[in-house]
Ligand binder design. Sequence first.
Ligand code: NAD
Length: 479
Amino acid sequence: MEKIANYINGELITPFSSQYMDNIAPATAEKYSEIPLSDNSDLDEAIKAAEIAFPSWSNLSANERASFLLKISEEIKKNLHELAKAESRDTGKPLSLAMNVDIPRASANFEFFGHAITQFSSESHSGVDSINYTLRKPIGVVGCISPWNLPLYLFTWKIAPALASGNCVIAKPSEITPYTAFLLSKICKKVGLPKGVLNILHGKGAEIGNEIVKNGKIKAISFTGGTATGKKIAEISAPMFRKISLELGGKNPALVFADCDLEKTVDELVRASFANQGEICLCASRIYIESSIYKEFKKIFVSKVKNLKVGDPNQEDTNMGALVSAQHKEKVINYIQLAKEEGGTLLCGNETLKLNPPYDQGYFLRPHVFENLNSSCRTNQEEIFGPVVSLNTFENDDEAILLANDSDYGLASSIWTSDLSRAHQISERINTGIVWVNCWMKRDLRTPFGGMKNSGLGREGGLEALRFFTEPKNVCIQY
Ligand code: NAD
């Protein structure tokens, strides 16, 4: 059985503990590799390597650092198929999605920040008798912790800006989907990334993840994952006065107005609800529809959802693969049961799903659509992070806003209308960090990315990420 290795000081090595956990392919429920259970001894080695590497890495010119990032980006592109296959096997997601979204975006992350750092400038302020300028220096050794839903995509979204701005990194991918992070370490070795600049530790969140967070030598932490974990990281980091960036959960509303382009809206919202099996923090899970078009919307939406093909991730026409783990499938099934208990009417989802071996053992679940659930019920308030959405109605703009904002989360929203003025007004009043109008998950990497309320703290993306990973120092000179 293949053993995944840690990547420390430029080498692929076994964990000090010699302990491993199973890595399961969700589509077949088969074990196919083993994941190191790293502990503090591995972390100490990684930090030592990163601290030694920091002076020379941070003193390279932006162009020199960028050249390493661009080489990594190129290698990811060259190995698109191998990486996409690995990502699909590790997560259960359709191979086509990994080929078209996950891996190209991982390559784009390195390319984008490789270019961005060469254009990164700091501010200067001239006054009557003095001039101020701001130096932006890398922080030192930083931690990057990422989740399982878009593994390489989100892992590299943190690592790339951290490295570009001159930091050395201790990174931990999710123990549920570690494989492409392992392949990334091989790529870093191949392109000759200097030793110790990036160190990748595998293992459990509650163990090595927690050790990374507790370690005072790690001067900033960029985290993407669940809100409960984010809270723990914030509690530990606050007394250290350490910089943290938290990208957390969501319960994202979509507002569908009667004047929308109905066919296009339905198509996009089917994707927004069920792409990646609904396991994207940005997925729409509460769809509010203006009551005058509710019946028509529901009819087309449900018929399209029923047509989604769930099964073998390797088939080109598969829309949804397996959920990421047995435990996660169980959690989603419990929410489906809860939605029924809360009075929801199931419009589709419980049709039988018969798959041939080896997929008959996988963690597949049909997309579920509910109606008749009120705004305050748990199904409409808690993040399910799976293929479950609820349809609800509204009468006017004010009610639409009220419903959309009735949430402890504030990550993303979408607005579907042909009235430009309404789109502007609703965007102004909706409490989410990201608003899409007549589209979903369209990403320009220069824009601030992140959520309000329980969806997080700080923003990633473009200059926001480069600012996060640098410490500003103002210099004031008297004329
Ligand atoms: P999670 O919080 O369980 O785990 C995320 C990462 O943190 C993993 O690497 C895990 O090992 C690690 N971890 C767990 N406990 C830890 C601890 N005590 N200390 C340090 N590290 C710890 O989240 P998940 O289940 O992997 O991911 C799903 C969640 O991520 C959902 O809530 C989803 O909305 C969120 N998410 C948010 C975004 C965003 O950009 N806002 C993007 C993707 C996913």
